[in-house]
Design a protein around this ligand. Structure first.
Ligand code: HEC
Ligand code: HEC
Length: 449
């Protein structure tokens, strides 16, 4: 930890949306409670929430629970590589965003346009809140969204959900937790149910196990010795001149002692390419613009095409357990961690790997001169690269311009070397929970030397 802290302390001031501030622990504790000691048994509300979380009857299809998309075996993230999951009353409707992990969300403050940055240095900016656009202020309010969304769990309303809980095997536990008459008032019962889901996510240690190799390293514990490759990767992660990942994906000291969350909760526009496999994107006039809508509705542009500083911003997700994901970014357009890192490195220097080219002629795929790691598989001769194809031109000035996405010219040298990108993957691997130190350290392998 000391190593990462001293490295990140060297980060320069962030432009734009970063935030600073000590008061975060108090604020978030008031919103969503604090982490109990690991062995604490679940309270009654959390016990109810646990039953609900895995209950498939709480859906229009009768076949989908929270855990269907937020699978505990995948750090409460998606169990597959789909960019978006299938939901709805017949489980045949594609969603519009990728499923985030539910781990380490317990310290998330409510969304604010000017949230103080936990690093204590950067200027306040948009931050906090749940979902990719921060539109839910608490875990309890977030839980309403999938339950009532016709393309997710597809219940017809609060009464529908309450009726199902009343008919469930844990109805009596629900009464014990919230009062004998709790089912008499549908809205109060629904609110209690949302509090139960929240309590489960806050109290159950499986949502914040802090059991990665990095945690052993940070606490100076046996088994936590990073390999040379992992140490180099950590340096790239924190180095303001190369990876600079820590400037958004690290919150500095303060939050819960050594338990780095690997996000500063800020919103940034980084120009993730459009994903044509999302049904909503079949309409060329449709754009998922994050904080400025359309799913979120309190920061909409005043008129079509009017400037709006929030358009294109999405939440910086935690990188804990990111190595077990198979779909990345808010729209799931990328499918490997290496690809994501290469996007950060070459978005500006080789944009034709990430964004479509219009006009010109496409050469055949697997052209040995054309890298194979991008989203676009064939080189174009002539034509124009449609850079930032998922952000209308009026909002491109919102694109963040800090390293590694500093807007350097196409064809220029990228910020990270081949070795840096490989080492960075090794470091991110250390953020996966459930790490068991091997009895004998491996002598060879990808991340050893
Ligand atoms: C059909 C798949 C699906 C189901 C079922 C589902 N979710 Fe989600 N969940 C998502 C997606 C997609 C998002 C991101 C939504 C967005 O950004 O608009 C999300 C976001 C969240 C978040 C916010 C996490 C963050 O990083 O801010 C929480 C908390 C959450 N879900 C809890 C639940 C709970 C509790 C249930 C059950 C009541 C549930 N989800 C059911 C797909 C699902
Ligand atoms: C300017 C702030 C910023 C910097 C610097 C930054 N990121 Fe991110 N990162 C984001 C944001 C914002 C997103 C979500 C973007 C979206 O989905 O539209 C993201 C998403 C990701 C994801 C996808 C995670 C998921 O759950 O889908 C990975 C992996 C990632 N970043 C790794 C890195 C690495 C590695 C670096 C350093 C090379 C880095 N980031 C630098 C802001 C940043």
């Amino acid at each position: 930890m000391a190593a990462l802290l001293s490295l990140t302390a060297a980060s320069p001031l962030r432009a734009g949306s970063a935030r600073s501030g000590a008061g975060l622990i108090e604020k978030s504790a008031a919103q969503s409670g604090t982490v109990p000691p690991p062995a604490a048994p679940l309270g009654l509300a959390a016990q109810v929430g646990k039953q609900m979380f895995f209950d498939k009857t709480l859906s229009g299809s009768g076949n989908m629970s929270c855990a269907t998309c937020h699978d505990p075996h995948y750090a409460y993230g998606p169990p597959n590589d789909l960019a978006v999951q299938l939901g709805g009353a017949r489980l045949n409707i594609k969603g519009s965003r990728t499923v985030p992990s539910l781990r380490y969300k317990d310290y998330t403050p409510a969304y604010a346009d000017l949230l103080e940055n936990p690093d204590g240095i950067s200027a306040p900016g948009p931050g906090g809140g749940f979902a990719w656009d921060g539109r839910a202020d608490t875990l309890a309010n977030q839980a309403k969204l999938p339950l009532l969304d016709p393309i997710e769990m597809a219940n017809t309303g609060a009464a529908d959900v309450v009726k199902k809980i009343r008919a469930s095997s844990y109805a009596q536990l629900f009464r014990q937790a919230f009062g004998a008459g709790v089912f008499d008032d549908t809205n109060a019962a629904f609110d209690s149910a949302m509090k139960a889901l929240q309590a489960f996510q806050i109290e159950d240690v499986s949502f914040h196990p802090y059991s990665s190799k990095f945690d052993l390293y940070a606490a100076n514990k046996i088994g936590g010795k990073l390999t040379p490759a992992e140490v180099r990767g950590l340096k790239v992660f924190a180095d303001p001149a190369t990876g600079n990942c820590a400037s958004c994906h690290y919150q500095g000291a303060g939050l819960n002692g050594s338990t780095a969350l690997f996000t500063d909760f800020s919103y940034e526009a980084i120009g993730v390419p459009r994903n044509a496999s999302i049904p909503a994107n079949a309409d060329p006039a449709y754009f998922d613009l994050g904080v400025c809508g359309p799913r979120r509705t309190d920061h909409l542009p005043l008129s079509k095409g009017a400037g709006n500083q929030y358009c294109g911003m999405f939440k910086t997700p935690t990188l804990r357990n990111v190595a077990i994901r198979k779909a990345f970014f808010h729209n799931g357009v990328m499918h490997s961690l290496e690809q994501v890192i290469r996007f950060y490195n070459a978005r500006d220097t080789i944009p034709e790997l990430w964004y479509p080219t219009v006009g010109g002629t496409a050469r055949k795929e697997n052209d040995p001169d054309f890298p194979s790691y991008g989203l676009i598989k064939s080189r174009h001769v002539g034509g124009t690269v449609k850079k930032f194809d998922d952000l209308p031109a009026a909002y491109r000035s919102n694109i963040d311009r800090q390293l590694p996405l500093d807007g350097r010219a196409a064809g220029a040298d990228p910020p990270m070397s081949e070795q840096d990108t490989a080492d960075l993957v090794c470091f991110l691997d250390t953020l996966t929970d459930g790490y068991q130190a091997p009895a004998v350290a491996a002598a060879s392998g990808r991340c050893v030397k």
